[in-house]
Design a protein around this ligand. Structure first.
Ligand SMILES: Nc1nc2c(ncn2[C@@H]2O[C@H](COP(=O)(O)OP(=O)(O)O)[C@@H](O)[C@H]2O)c(=O)[nH]1
Ligand SMILES: [Mg+2]
Length: 177
């Protein structure tokens, strides 16, 4: 049995807290990174849930703080993760710019860290659509799986995790960079 960390990153409101709570078999814990100097936002919380797979492996589901003040922490969290989910909100002003922001932030890790992109609120905001995301990634790199995901639906999140774990398998089978 192994313990693996899956990191969820994305802008505030994209659904990290909801996704982790929806699939965690424990009540997620949260560490307040603001400490005594509270800024009164949930964006500084580092959340953690847990999911046991059929093979007994345990996934620690880590929600990265959404607050820009914590961005320096993201590569540190990613360095300890088996995989990364970039969770986007299609109803934000420029979700492709959000994606680029996280691709830049994780640029050093993405060569060795499996990643899946999950896009929320597609029914509410049809553009950019999944083809636009795929095209964007194709031109900009790296090429990553992109899925629609409504974090309120458990099956959607499980599908994202299954896709991510398939990426992990592919990374393990492929040549080491
Ligand atoms: N309608 C709709 N609501 C969504 C979708 N994804 C997330 N939400 C809602 O958006 C909110 C996301 O908040 P939260 O999980 O706190 O986001 P966080 O800041 O990333 O942790 C929750 O109230 C979700 O129910 C979606 O695809 N459609
Ligand atoms: Mg949150």
């Amino acid at each position: 049995m192994h313990d693996y960390t899956i990191l969820f990153a994305g802008p505030a409101g994209a659904g990290k807290t909801t996704a982790i709570a929806r699939i965690s078999e424990t009540v997620p814990t949260a560490a307040d990174l603001a400490g005594v100097e509270s800024v009164g936002t949930t964006g500084l919380l580092l959340e953690s849930g847990q999911l046991t797979l059929d093979n007994g492996d345990r996934l620690r589901l880590l929600g990265a703080p959404g607050h820009a003040r914590c961005d320096a922490l993201l590569p540190v969290l990613a360095a300890n993760a088996l995989g990364l989910v970039i969770l986007l909100d299609n109803a934000r002003a420029d979700p492709l710019a959000d994606l680029a922001y996280y691709l830049d932030g994780f640029a050093a890790q993405l060569a060795v860290l499996p990643c899946a992109v999950a896009v929320g609120r597609l029914p509410e905001q049809a553009k950019p659509d999944l083809d636009d995301y795929a095209q964007f990634l194709h031109l900009r790199g790296p090429v990553l799986p992109v899925l629609a995901c409504d974090v309120r639906r458990r099956l959607d999140i499980v599908t994202v995790l299954e896709t991510l774990l398939a990426q992990v398998e592919a990374f393990n089978l492929g040549p080491r960079p």
